[in-house]
Design a protein around this ligand. Structure first.
Ligand code: SF4
Length: 239
């Protein structure tokens, strides 16, 4: 994903937590080290251009379900103040009362002030973090995710309401994936499972791990409304 067209930046997710979703653009992820990621390429240092694009994308929002998800490479705090204000104005105009955003661990201090700001507008904030796996050693040696290895799920859940997990990677086991799902559902409102798609980065998809997920895990979780499952990373309809 490097620079999707504006028409590829709005979608509506009909099942499981129905919501409109937009892919906005900011100054870019400040971490940029996750070894599986090409998402951080979706950025521009030209904030005026970002704002023009984002306002165009936000104009597609209709308030279909009262819930909006905003994603961008990196953290919501990498979006400009102009864009953040436009998100709030758009939500108020369409009676949208809940906002889902993403945030990296290194930007967690930005969450509380933004949550307080939204509360004044009658909007509930739900923040999702890319945790990828709760096996801290695997996460930091294989993914270089940038969350200290010994960070506990309790500590993560003090900041984040939801988390992403990355499955289907060389070296993962069935037990690790099952454990990650169990921990995720214990500490977070919702989890989002992404299945690795080869994208030219050093982290490689493992067909045998993907097949294990599909045969031994997927049938048990596919109808769980607290679990989003992206077998392809464009399954949400954006990007
Ligand atoms: S934090 Fe997100 S956008 Fe940044 S490098 Fe990692 S996966 Fe990519």
């Amino acid at each position: 994903m490097s620079n999707p067209h504006p028409s590829e930046r709005y979608s509506f997710i009909e099942d499981k937590n129905p919501r409109e979703i937009v892919l906005l653009r900011g100054s870019g992820c400040k971490w940029r080290r996750c070894r599986f990621c090409n998402y951080h390429l979706d950025f521009s240092l030209d904030q005026a251009a970002n704002d023009a694009l984002n306002l165009d994308v936000l104009s597609h929002i209709q308030g279909k379900t009262g819930v909006l998800e905003v994603i961008n490479s990196g953290s919501f705090s990498d979006l400009s103040e102009t864009t953040l204000a436009a998100i709030i104005d758009t939500m108020k105009a369409h009676n949208i009362h809940r906002l889902h955003v993403e945030c990296h661990w290194i930007d967690r201090a930005a969450i509380a002030p933004f949550r307080a700001r939204l509360e004044k507008e009658g909007i509930t904030l739900k923040v999702k973090a890319g945790i990828e796996t709760f096996d801290g050693r695997f996460r930091e040696t294989v993914f270089d995710k940038g969350i200290p290895e010994d960070t506990t799920p309790e500590e993560m859940a003090q900041y984040f309401n939801e988390c992403c997990l990355l499955f289907g990677v060389e070296g993962e086991t069935l037990e690790q994936m099952q454990s990650d799902i169990q921990i995720g559902l214990t500490y977070f409102d919702r989890i989002c499972i992404n299945i690795m798609i080869d994208n030219g980065t050093p982290v490689k998809r493992s067909e045998s791990v993907v097949n294990l997920f599909i045969s031994d895990i997927l049938p048990n979780i596919k109808n769980n409304t607290r679990i989003d499952i992206l077998l392809n990373n464009t399954d949400f309809g954006v990007g």
